[in-house]
Structure formats: structure tokens, C-alpha cells
Ligand binder design. Structure first.
Ligand code: ASN
Length: 312
């Protein structure tokens, strides 16, 4: 993307770009197939929560705007983690194509992987295990890629992309094993050397937010990321969730999360009304970027929001 020139001209160029149009068509087919797949498995689709007094605290630094409406302070959704955990009180299996606004710092502009407004296929299942979620996602990915290869032949040809239907089960790599073997940039090293998607599992407790379930070893979490091969990197995070109030309080203390920031969620936890769930969020633009073999996620949206830039 040109960073010079009038914004209006750049917007028009982007809207007319045949590469962008092909990628957006592929992304549309991807969303359609994911939707069919999840409905076929009994999932109820919810509409997104865009603003709320509570949202995901995240495990990394972002700008953090709030606005006041009457006597309530609101935040933009950074992920629907708490709402989807609670939605499992109403339905056993839910999903949402959820817009997330994360005001990333400007050095992320050139990563090719970050937008400050993006979407997740966010799903959550009552009484499920991490394995249940991983199996479901493996089947979902295989089904989505199989369908797209057929229905988006022309677009994929234009994009010179021939995505592989992944072989199952996906490989599993433990976070600390990878860290010890390849150092702190292990994710980049492994993503570049793998030719198939793989799971990164068992993150150490300091690497994640308070809500992913702590294992019995007291050190690692029952969580996972899905890492795409050929250097495309992470496109999903998820896990089993903490749901018992005293454990949540302990984890918040460990992370330095202020319970006041999540007031009504904490009240519900204290009332013992949270239930065990597991789930994940699939980054739609990152998955579309991989399927389309693109250098940058911004080409998967008509109106991309690049960190630190004035752009649409
Ligand atoms: N959606 C993720 C999950 O389900 C949370 C996130 O995006 N940070 O765990």
C-alpha cells in the first residue's frame, strides 16, 4: 500500500484492485462454508457485541479507549471471550463472526498480520475439552479449504494460490519444548519450516490472560494456538476456561488484572454461575491471507484499518 497520496485516491485504488476483490470473494466463501459447517454441527450463531463495559484484557499492550454513556463506561470489544463463555448458559454450542477492535501500537503496521479492526470466528462449547475444540477446528479447516478450492477456482488461480487441504490430525508442539529448542522467536522459525498447520499447546501461565484454564501441573494452561505454515503464523487462540471464582481471583492477581474492570462478570463468577466451557477464535483475515497466499492481511478487506495509519 502507498502511504503517500490522497486518502480518497488510495481508497478508490484499493476498491478497484482485482487482487483485493479476489481475496474478498475467497474470504466470503470461507465465511459461508465455516457458517454451514458450524450450523451442521448444531452451533447457534449469535450477533456480535460491539461495545460493553467489559472486554478481553488481552496479554499485550494496546491503546485502550473508553467512552461514557449516561452513568456507564463502555469499551470496544477486543474479543468476545466473556460474552461467549456466558452465552453457553443459554446454548450448548455458539459461534459469532465477531468484529474485534484492538488499537495496536504503530510498529505493528508493517507486520502484514495486524489490523486494528479485524474479525474472529469465535466459538465456544459447554462442557468441552481442548481436544474437542481442536478436532472440530481441524475438520472445519479441511472442509473450508476443500470447498473453496472448488468454488473459488478462478480467484485462487488469479492469486496464484493453491492451498493444501490439511492432513489430520495436526501436529502438536508444546510451547516450552519449542522455546527451549529454538529460543524466543520459535513461532516464526517453526511456522516457516512447517508445510502443514500445527497446534502450539500448553502455554506457560505468564503468556496468557487469566481466563485460560490452569492445568494440574500449576504451570501450563489447557490452551492452544493454531499456527499456519510457510511463515503465515498464528491464526487462532483458544482453550478450556477458568470458571470457578477463587481460581479466577488467583489468576487475576498473578496477571495484575483489576477485578473492577470486569465488575458484573466477577459478580456472576462469585454467584457460582459460570460453567465449564472451551472454545477458540479464528482470525478470519489471517486465515484468508493464508488461503490466498497474500503478503498482507489488508488485502483481505475492502476497508482495512492498518495500525497507526489513517486508512478508511
Ligand atoms: N478468541 C480467543 C479465545 O477464544 C480470545 C482472544 O481472541 N484473545 O480464546
Amino acid at each position: 500500500m502507498e502511504s503517500t497520496g490522497r486518502l480518497s485516491t488510495r481508497i478508490l485504488e484499493h476498491l478497484r484492485d482485482p487482487l483485493v476483490k479476489s481475496a474478498v470473494r475467497v474470504k466470503s466463501a470461507l465465511l459461508g462454508e465455516a457458517n454451514n459447517f458450524l450450523r451442521g454441527k448444531g452451533f447457534v450463531e449469535l450477533l456480535p457485541t460491539v461495545v460493553s463495559p467489559i472486554t478481553d484484557p488481552l496479554n499485550h499492550e494496546v491503546h485502550n479507549p473508553k467512552f461514557r454513556y449516561y452513568d456507564q463506561e463502555y469499551r470496544l470489544t477486543q474479543s468476545m471471550i466473556f460474552h461467549k463463555q456466558l452465552a453457553c448458559k443459554s446454548f450448548d454450542r455458539i459461534f459469532i463472526v465477531s468484529p474485534n477492535v484492538r488499537l495496536e501500537t504503530s510498529e505493528k503496521a508493517l507486520s502484514g498480520k495486524h489490523l486494528f479492526e479485524f474479525s474472529q470466528i469465535d466459538l465456544e462449547i459447554k462442557n468441552a475439552s481442548r481436544d474437542d475444540v481442536m478436532l472440530l477446528v481441524e475438520d472445519l479447516l479441511a472442509s473450508v479449504i476443500t470447498t473453496i478450492k472448488e468454488s473459488c477456482k478462478r480467484e485462487l488461480e488469479y492469486l496464484s494460490s493453491d492451498p493444501l487441504v490439511p492432513s489430520r490430525p495436526f501436529a502438536k508442539v508444546k510451547f516450552m519444548d519449542a522455546y527451549e529448542q529454538y529460543g524466543k522467536d520459535f513461532e516464526t522459525v517453526l511456522s516457516s519450516s512447517f508445510t502443514e498447520p500445527f497446534w502450539l499447546i500448553d502455554f506457560p501461565i505468564w503468556e496468557r490472560e487469566f481466563y485460560d484454564l490452569l492445568s494440574d501441573d500449576g504451570k501450563t494452561l489447557k490452551d492452544m494456538d493454531l499456527i499456519l505454515p510457510k511463515g503465515f503464523g498464528e491464526t487462532l487462540s483458544g482453550g478450556e476456561r477458568e470458571w470457578e471464582h477463587p481460581r479466577i481471583i488467583n489468576r487475576m492477581e498473578f496477571k495484575g488484572t483489576d477485578p473492577e474492570e470486569l465488575a458484573w462478570y466477577m459478580e456472576i463468577a462469585e454467584m457460582r454461575e459460570l460453567i465449564p466451557t472451551a472454545g477458540c477464535g479464528i482470525g478470519v483475515e489471517r486465515l484468508a491471507r493464508y488461503v490466498c497466499s497474500l503478503d498482507n492481511v489488508l488485502k483481505t478487506r475492502l476497508f482495512p484499518k492498518v495500525p497507526g495509519q489513517s486508512w478508511i
